[in-house]
Ligand binder design. Structure first.
Ligand code: DAH
Length: 325
């Protein structure tokens, strides 16, 4: 085979090489043990002796040339590979980061905190009590007799005969009065439990209890406090009315309605003047001390404030619902 032909072919092929595989086949084809350069050398023996040195020299020169070009190509390809690799690892620091969605408080907690803020600004302390309560704190001390339907196992979660999940936050009144001397002004937020589950009842819900004990308190103090609360909670035009009712721990007792334009009168809480029997149960002299108390359902207030119609939404944990408040 002619040297020139091999050279031309080698140069052409080399120029077209673009990857490692092609490079390796090229090396085998031209520079390998059985490659075309070796083949050219084999022609030596067919030449007349005087031509052999010149021929051999030319083949060697061609080998060196191809080897040199081959090395160059190899380096080119390696550089390319490296660039590709770098390109893949490249980080664009100007792309905006992935935003993390921030969580937020549950709407019930938000409303509860708002209720707390309002009463704290009026001078009430916040106190908490246990969710597992004795029947004495939950019922007896609050003047709720053995035969009262609220004590029924159908309505309450009993743990033993004398322990239950508290059915209201009112027992915190008792705990506070036993611990402190009047005057007292407290609210007590927390979870309460009843055997109920429908569009307006949950087996676990939240209440805020209020208690104010001092000398010469009257229904007027109660009404003003609740009006002030309603104005701050529902807007300055909110009005409040008291309807006669009954609770064992207050006398007189009231259901309290708030007037919301577009809705009319809506019941938001129970309240009353602390019953003398309750004072006697905690060792206060009912001749000396007077008090008013109230208790409200937080979910109910949240439903009114936000126009929610099914209380179960609060516990479905549907993020679309929760994040819209
Ligand atoms: N404990 C009552 C309930 O769960 C609410 C209540 C009514 C609390 C009148 C009071 C009160 O402190 O005076 O329905």
């Amino acid at each position: 085979m002619e040297i020139e032909v091999v050279e031309k072919e080698a140069l052409e092929k080399l120029s077209k090489i673009s990857n490692v595989q092609e490079l390796e086949s090229f090396r085998i084809e031209f520079l390998g043990k059985k490659g075309k350069i070796t083949e050219l050398m084999k022609n030596l023996k067919n030449l007349p002796p005087e031509e052999r040195p010149a021929y051999g020299k030319r083949v060697n020169e061609l080998r060196e040339k191809i080897e040199k070009l081959f090395e160059e190509k190899k380096q080119q390809i390696q550089k390319l590979l490296e660039q590709e690799k770098m390109e893949k690892m490249r980080i664009d620091v100007t792309i905006p980061g992935a935003r993390r969605k921030l969580g937020h408080s549950h709407p019930v907690l938000k409303v509860m905190e708002e209720i707390e803020r309002i009463f704290v600004s009026m001078g009430f302390d916040v106190v908490e009590g246990p969710e597992i309560e004795t029947t004495w704190h939950n019922f007896d001390a609050l003047n709720t007799p053995e035969w009262h339907p609220a004590r029924d196992e159908h309505d309450s979660f009993y743990i033993t005969d004398d322990l239950l999940l508290r059915t209201h936050t009112s027992p915190v009144q008792i705990r506070t009065m036993l611990e402190r001397k009047p005057p007292i002004a407290i609210i007590s937020p927390g979870k309460v439990y009843r055997r109920d589950y429908d569009a307006t009842h949950l087996p676990m819900f939240h209440q805020v209890e209020g208690l104010h004990v001092d000398r010469d308190l009257s229904v007027a103090h109660l009404k003003f406090t609740l009006e002030e609360f309603a104005r701050r909670m529902f807007g300055k035009n909110a009005r409040v009315r008291l309807r006669p009712s009954f609770f064992p721990f207050t006398e007189p007792s009231f259901e309290v309605d708030v007037y919301l334009s577009g809705y009319g009168w809506l019941e938001i809480l129970g309240a009353g003047m602390v019953d003398p029997n309750v004072f006697l149960n905690v060792g206060y002299d009912p001749e000396e001390w007077t008090g008013y108390a109230f208790g409200m359902g937080v979910e109910r207030i949240a439903m009114l404030k936000y126009g929610i119609t099914d209380i179960r939404e609060f516990v479905r944990n549907d993020v679309r619902f929760l994040s819209s408040y």
